[in-house]
Design a protein. Structure first.
Length: 294
């Protein structure tokens, strides 16, 4: 029988050598996992922020892109008041001097889901008066033919447009709109009518101390409670929300002009939970053309 030799000392030495190597490999694996986790978290935060920025920009675009430059009432670096279109309609009847019956010109428009759904007193109706055969006339020239009237009452009336041939081609229930003053001449059947509502977008500081991009509208007598659309934003001093109206050549305007063509929006929102050495915010710049802008 061959005696068994015990190598206790050698095994202990091998274990002492292997343990630091195993710990080193474990530390490298943990570090790699932490780096990958941080990259994944940063990517997720960036994707989430950009989704919110794009959603807020789409909401502002729905308010602005159907508006003419003359629909911008005022703006500052951090706010914008615009008459936002909420209904594009066709005149189908004029039963009284101050009453206009209309049909929704585009009831299935995809933007309808993120704009106002109903017309109310205090909204403004823009009517194109005169000959409706405006072929060849520029959008800006057509805008000069518009006359605006404050709406005092609106109802869904079965009697509206009852005898109009346009009734067969319209969508939804016709509206009967009462204006505060009568047009100098009644609009022709088939004339376009746009209803708009005063809407304000602005950066504001909420009760939690953070800044948000909010939206509210004019109900005819007062501004409604502002509702946050995006946030938190960077503070105003860091241009969390910045508004500029641009000339047709791209230079900023300090007051409204007939040469205003674009609205430029710049939004910055902080990126939470990222390393101090990385980017601290995500941003999006959008340039929206007014109706007739090019």
């Amino acid at each position: 029988m061959v005696p068994v030799t015990r190598r206790t000392g050698s095994a202990l030495i091998e274990l002492l050598v292997a343990m630091p190597l195993a710990l080193l490999l474990a530390a490298l694996a943990v570090q790699l996992f932490v780096v990958q986790l941080r990259i994944t978290h940063e990517s997720s935060a960036r994707i989430s922020n950009h989704a919110m920025l794009e959603h807020a920009t789409a909401m502002i675009a729905a308010d602005v892109q159907g508006a003419a430059a003359t629909d911008v009432e005022s703006w500052t670096d951090t706010s914008l008041i615009v008459r936002a279109p909420l209904l594009h309609a066709t005149v189908c009847g004029t039963p009284a001097p101050r009453v206009v019956d209309v049909l929704d010109a585009d009831p299935t428009h995809p933007l309808r889901s993120i704009t106002f759904g109903t017309v109310q007193a205090g909204d403004v109706a823009a009517l194109t008066l005169g000959d409706t055969s405006l072929a060849g006339m520029s959008v800006l020239a057509r805008d000069t033919l518009e006359r605006r009237f404050v709406i005092t009452d609106v109802s869904s009336s079965g009697a509206a447009c009852a005898t109009s041939p346009l009734r067969l081609h319209g969508g939804g229930t016709p509206l009967r709109i009462t204006l505060a003053t009568a047009p100098q001449e009644p609009p022709e059947l088939g004339s376009p009518l746009t209803v708009a509502r005063r809407t304000e977008w602005r950066s504001y500081r909420a009760s939690d101390g953070a800044f948000y991009l909010g939206r509210h509208d004019w109900n005819g007598t007062a501004w409604t409670t502002i509702q946050p659309a995006l946030g938190p934003l960077l503070p105003n001093a860091q241009h969390g929300f910045r508004v500029r109206v641009l000339h047709q050549d791209g230079t900023p305007l300090s007051s409204m002009s007939s040469n205003a063509r674009f609205l430029e929006l710049h939004v910055r929102t902080p990126r939470t939970g990222v390393a101090a050495t990385g980017p601290q915010f995500d941003s999006l710049t959008a340039r929206l053309a007014f109706r007739g802008g090019r």
